[in-house]
Design a protein around this ligand. Structure first.
Ligand code: CP3
Length: 337
């Protein structure tokens, strides 16, 4: 069992920096596209053998140090009975408009809502020789899809809800905290060895809104996960409010490429591990550039424990798979003592 990833998350000294990549499974891989020809995305996530196979594909091809469950941040919401389609981004059939729309979220029961996802985790634990990362969307990011109904640059309907109906917004966040805790606990009980919370859209918010609408809810999720004693990773896309993140209860901060890795280490490294932060778009360039930028990320960290190599955002679907192999090799060679 290769447990470098778990050890680095615990800030233990490791012989080299572990590496995995957000969206390591997906359409940039021909073997994914081959399976995807026969099923739509949501169907793939609901077939444990298929979801397990797609999770394993990049681990097998590149020798990554961790696997991430093949599912989506909207998976538990779809399981709760919210109508969701992927075209390819998520579209919610009936966006949240009133307190009544929160009922399906409040009734969430993981074993009934996402049995296939839990079964995928069990299958993967039998087949993997690296740790399995489970994940969930953070409340604000899930609310963006539930209220605006689809992806957006600035999620105007969600922002309107925050500023004009703060009570309903609060009730929505509360319901999402409870659902997410149940979902994450069920993943860990099924075998997930770490949990990453994706807060893709929290970086849109002004500091006072982050402090009010993000921080307390995320902190409650991490507090509830603490007794499980698995690495708890908080990912935020955009300039990271590092001082806030330090106090939210995660054990690993995942930062994107607009955040200085040296700065993140300085602000958080004494108490948290840091994951990141190569710009995934660099992988669209030539292999020499990939090697150069991997070296720059390792240099920005500056050696020593507590770093997990990753991209700052999910891999683009135009990524040449050969460049992912170049990246992994450059991390292995560049970080070995
Ligand atoms: O390999 C992995 O990272 C694990 C699986 C995973 C997916 N989505 C699969 C997926 C994970 C961890 C996610 C998280 C996710 N999903 C996030 C947070 C991370 C981020 O990207 O910031 C968000 C915001 C979503 C919502 C979502 N799902 C969008 C916006 C899209 C469309 C955009 C796109 O890249 O296609 C999806 C669809 C989706 N989720 C695909 C995959 C592999 C593409 C599905 C297809 O085959 O058509």
């Amino acid at each position: 069992m290769n447990d470098l990833f778990l050890r680095a998350c615990r800030r233990e000294v490791v012989p080299r920096t572990p590496v995995w990549l957000m969206r390591q499974a997906g359409r940039y891989l021909p073997e994914y596209r081959e399976i995807r020809r026969h099923h739509d995305f949501l169907a793939m996530t609901r077939l444990p053998e298929v979801a397990a196979e797609v999770t394993l594909q990049p681990v097998r091809r590149f020798g990554l140090d961790a696997a991430i469950l093949f599912a989506d941040i909207l998976t538990p919401l779809a399981g709760a009975g919210i109508g969701i389609e992927f075209t390819p981004g998520p579209v919610v059939a009936r966006p949240v408009r009133s307190g009544r729309d929160l009922e399906p979220l409040r009734r969430f029961d993981a074993a009934a809502a996402v049995p296939e996802t839990l079964q995928t985790i069990r299958l993967l634990r039998e087949r993997l020789e690296v740790p399995l990362i489970g994940f969930a969307g953070a409340p604000f990011t899930l609310a963006c899809y539930l209220v605006d109904g689809k992806g957006s640059k600035d999620f105007p309907l969600t922002r309107t809800l925050l500023y004009r109906e703060p009570e309903l917004a609060g009730a929505l966040f509360e319901a999402l905290v409870d659902l997410t805790v149940k979902y994450a606990v069920a993943q860990v009980r099924a075998g997930a060895q770490a949990i990453q919370l994706f807060d893709t859209w929290a970086g849109l918010l002004a500091p006072e809104d982050f402090a009010r609408y993000v921080r307390p809810y995320v902190a409650r999720i991490f507090a509830a996960l603490r007794p499980l004693d698995v690495p708890a990773i908080y990912y935020l896309n955009g300039a990271a409010p590092l001082a806030e993140i330090a106090g939210m209860g995660a054990s690993v901060a995942a930062v994107d490429h607009r955040t200085s890795l040296a700065g993140a280490r300085e602000a958080l490294g004494a108490t948290m591990a840091v994951q990141g932060n190569l710009d995934p778009m660099v992988l669209l360039g030539p292999p020499e550039l990939v090697r150069e930028r991997v070296a720059a990320v390792l240099a920005a960290w500056g050696g020593g424990p507590g770093h997990v190599f990753n991209v700052g955002h999910g891999l683009n679907k135009e990524t040449p798979p050969e460049n992912v192999a170049v990246l992994v090799e450059a991390v292995r060679k560049g970080s070995a003592e």
